[in-house]
Design a protein around this ligand. Sequence first.
Ligand code: PMP
Length: 477
Amino acid sequence: MAAPNPDAPRGDKPRRDAPRGDEPVPRDRLRRLTARERERYAADHPTSRALFDQADHLIGRVPMTWMSKWSGGFPLYLDTAAGARVTDVDGHRYADFALGDTGAMAGHSAPAVTAAINRRARQQGGITTMLPTEDAEWVAAELARRFGLPYWSFSLSATDANRWAIRLARLVTGRGKILVFSYCYHGSVDETFAILDDAGDVRSRPGNVGPAVDPASTTRVAHFNDLESVRAGLEHGDVAVIVTEPALTNIGIVLPEPGFLDGLRRLASQHGALLLIDETHTLSAGPGGMTATEGLRPDIVVVGKSIGGGVACGAYGITEQVAARLAEHTRSGAADIVDVGGVGGTLAGNALSTAAMRATLSEVLTEQAFEKMGELAARYTAGVQASIDEHRLPWSISRLGARAEYRFSSPAPRTGNDSAAAADPELDEYLHLYLANRGVLLTPFHNMALMCPATEVADVDLHTELFAAAVSDLLGR
Ligand code: PMP
């Protein structure tokens, strides 16, 4: 059996030892079956295991510590990837619904993207210089068309785009705090690692690594889908910007209830705060994310990961009004947004990254592609729902365009705290291993599945079949 990785970071999710009164899952059987799946995983992936065991110089034995979060005690090592498929070094092929946790929403090595990379890096030459290329304006104009905000700047990650946008928001409002939702995730942005505890107090998120200051001193926290808690946070008059995804996607999917997003906009305006919509994951809703599908009117939009077709990138856009206020503050020279004032990075907006974004947006993540991806996600959702219904499980599945995620609670959670409480790492591990052992990958942090333009009906149907089998096996039916 594969030994658990002792270096793996510990999550903040509770372990369920005692069955609850309404517990539909026989825990002993779950643990027995998980042990069986672990043995199969270890037996089927000796090369991955050996490479992992040899990685003595990597912190956590992996290039990035989250890579050890794959179930089974060690990660699969990548051999090749194309479209919606990956092959590991032991020769197993997978339908990949993890898709780089959205970084590969365009599919792995989409031909238009690799052609653009090749053109830029080999034929034209120049990966990073200190000079712009015309691709940047093309991408900015396309983002303006999709999201409705006229001015854009680039980063190499959504994290940095959020960081820099938050700095600009503080600059133009003259206020120090941000407001986020409990159990949000926006990358490793210091101010966002805050939750609300049961007493309604702001706390550091469990596991927050080396915070510079208590997040309560930088951040007000509200509950998603609870406008009263937003109002309470804004009433202090010190919030520069509300930072939120239009649906939470990093603690399961928590969809906004009708009127919530409109209410957010209204409250932000009433209290002099800006509204930053982080579309990094919710771009799955369509070409202009939920900003377009829901008719949102954010002051700032952040987007990253997917729009570079797998190449590091990020971007933030601002309105005419924010741009005008920014210009006032920078004209005097008091705020340096050009050099060493804390906004921007050397490789941001480099020629390779912008070439990849242009190819991805013009040829891969198109209107038609989103239509097909949404249909596949609907099919996936219906497949999972059929098993949930058949066995009357108190589980739910939520869909956001091309993305779907099941959660072990019903009805679907309406706040980040509700969703965190529904976490079940044991069930996650069983399902992830069951699927991986039979050719399907889900994102390791939760039960997220994403469709890309190359995903096929057969991939979705394979998942449906395996999910049904895993559940039947678990319930002994
Ligand atoms: N915003 C959101 C909504 C995210 O989900 C993530 C990453 N999961 C980020 C920002 C940060 O992206 P990156 O790690 O690429 O900086």
